[in-house]
Design a protein around this ligand. Structure first.
Ligand code: SAH
Ligand code: SF4
Ligand code: F3S
Length: 451
């Protein structure tokens, strides 16, 4: 029998891309390809790319430079660019990178086996059509064994924030069927997965005809009560009361919402086309905390959007203080060609963007530290995920509220739920000691009460 051809794939960008890589691997496994983690022994090398900011693209160009050298040693090697950069740059990428054989956008992965065959026969291929229906609903992603799985439940984005390329690289919103998602979760439960994260650029605008996102969340939460359910990213506009009730009611849906605010200035929010004001965002946060008191909130913030003044920036700092986020992902504004904001110029100087970003980071670090220190001497339930990256004597895992906890290994195992007493904290991590298996691990009937 001929040796299987081996595929090597590197993934950049958001969790949707990680999920897509698993779809790509599944499609290729079906066509007889094996997977390798060694670039040198690969017959096909793919990079699944992100286009959201300039620096994400620069990193990929760097890697493509490395691949050029590997291809010199192994001229038969096929090099392909997948994902959002493929979709954004299309032919330009083919022209600027002469060693790239394939450029394939996120809705064309079913064609990969055929495109690779073509490339082996010397045809460079480009496939970048976006689809209104493709959601890979029938493809079971190829996942390595683990504790936690990503499930992409909807694709695309219709929001058109003026700074963002995603609506152009991912196309229009479309959702998978609830039945197939529930089947996938059942399958994961049977394989021993303990956590699923439902993914979408605007996951809470999920709609499969009969079911909205809260229906989907309730159905997924019922599959296996010992499985945690997470979801990301939620847009403030689509955060319905029904969804909040579902999060509050379903014990195994995590008390954690990632809710990007982007800016604290109404003028900037309007220019961004975020569709809410600062006041509306703050009332939403108030409602969330009233309905789900133990909720933990994180956010995304952009520093230096076109025309942002010192006053706008201070409003952003104020909103961070007022909400008291548990964590924040912070970015310097990066102009993206063809977006509306591209035409607004890029008038905040680089040094000023850096200064504002650093002020945001410092403030958030202070708040995160306070929140984490408040947990010292309390016990929290942790799902053991694996060895701590910093010490072979310790395990790490996350709380329901998505905080990382590190503790000595003791007798527990990966995949168990433990109670951990927190003894020490910094702004990013909690440190503690295991108090043994939690009620969920033991199978406490109270936790199954609403099953
Ligand atoms: N769909 C999600 C995430 C989109 S991308 C959402 O709506 O929040 C993740 C984050 O990248 C965004 O929330 C935003 O903060 C940031 N981002 C997107 N485009 C950007 C740009 N052009 N410059 C800087 N940051 C950007
Ligand atoms: Fe981009 Fe806005 Fe869509 Fe998020 S909601 S993916 S930031 S356009
Ligand atoms: Fe990047 Fe595309 Fe995700 S642009 S953030 S990989 S949807």
């Amino acid at each position: 029998m001929a040796k299987k051809r081996q595929v090597y794939i590197e993934t950049y960008g958001c969790q949707m891309n990680l999920a897509d890589t698993e779809v790509v691997l599944s499609i290729l496994a079906g066509a007889g390809y094996g997977q390798t983690t060694s670039l040198r022994s690969a017959d096909v090398v793919f990079v699944n790319t992100c286009a959201v900011r300039e620096n994400a693209e620069q990193r990929v160009y760097g890697r493509l430079g490395d691949f050029r050298r590997y291809k010199k040693e192994n001229p038969g090697m096929i090099v392909g660019v997948l994902g959002c950069m493929a979709e954004r740059l299309r032919k330009d990428l083919m022209q600027s990178e002469s060693h790239v054989d394939l450029v394939v956008g996120p809705d064309e992965y079913r064609r990969l086996p055929e495109l690779i065959e073509g490339a082996i026969n010397g045809e460079r291929g480009i496939a970048v059509k976006l689809s209104r229906v493709e959601n890979y609903d029938d493809i079971l992603p190829l996942r390595t064994e683990g504790i936690s799985a990503w499930i992409s439940v909807m694709r695309g984005c219709d929001k058109f924030c003026t700074f963002c390329v995603v609506p152009f690289t991912r196309g229009r919103e479309r959702s998978r069927s609830m039945e197939s998602i529930v089947r996938e979760v059942e399958h994961l439960g049977a394989r021993g997965f303990k956590e699923v994260s439902l993914l979408g650029q605007n996951v809470n605008s999920y709609l499969d005809g009969q079911h909205d996102f809260s229906d989907l969340m309730a159905a997924v939460a019922h599959v296996d009560r010992s499985m945690r359910v997470r979801f990301t990213t939620s847009h403030p506009q689509d955060m319905s009361d029904k969804l909040l009730r579902t999060i509050a009611e379903q014990e195994n849906i995590c008390n954690y919402i990632h809710l990007p605010v982007q800016s604290g200035s109404d003028r900037i929010l309007d220019l961004m086309n975020r569709t809410y004001t600062r006041g509306q965002y703050l009332s939403l946060v108030h409602k969330i905390r009233t309905m789900i008191p133990e909720i933990s909130l994180s956010t995304d913030i952009i520093a230096g959007f076109p025309t942002e003044t010192a006053d706008d920036h201070h409003r952003t700092l104020d909103v961070i203080r007022e909400v008291g986020f548990d964590g924040a992902f912070t970015f310097k504004y990066s102009p993206r060609e063809n977006t509306k904001a591209w035409h607004m110029g890029d008038d905040v100087a680089e040094e000023l963007k850096t200064e504002r970003l650093n002020e945001i980071i410092d403030l958030q670090r202070e708040i995160s530290l306070q929140k984490n220190e408040a947990m010292i001497n309390t016990a929290c339930e942790v799902l053991v995920e694996g060895e701590s990256t910093k010490s072979a004597n310790d395990y790490c895992g996350r709380t329901d509220s998505n905080k990382m906890v590190v503790f000595p290994k003791g007798v527990c195992e990966i995949g168990q739920y433990l109670n951990v007493r927190i003894d020490r904290a910094n702004s990013a991590t909690l440190f503690g000691i295991s108090l043994g298996a939690s009620a969920r691990e033991i199978g406490d009937p109270k936790l199954a009460a609403n099953a």
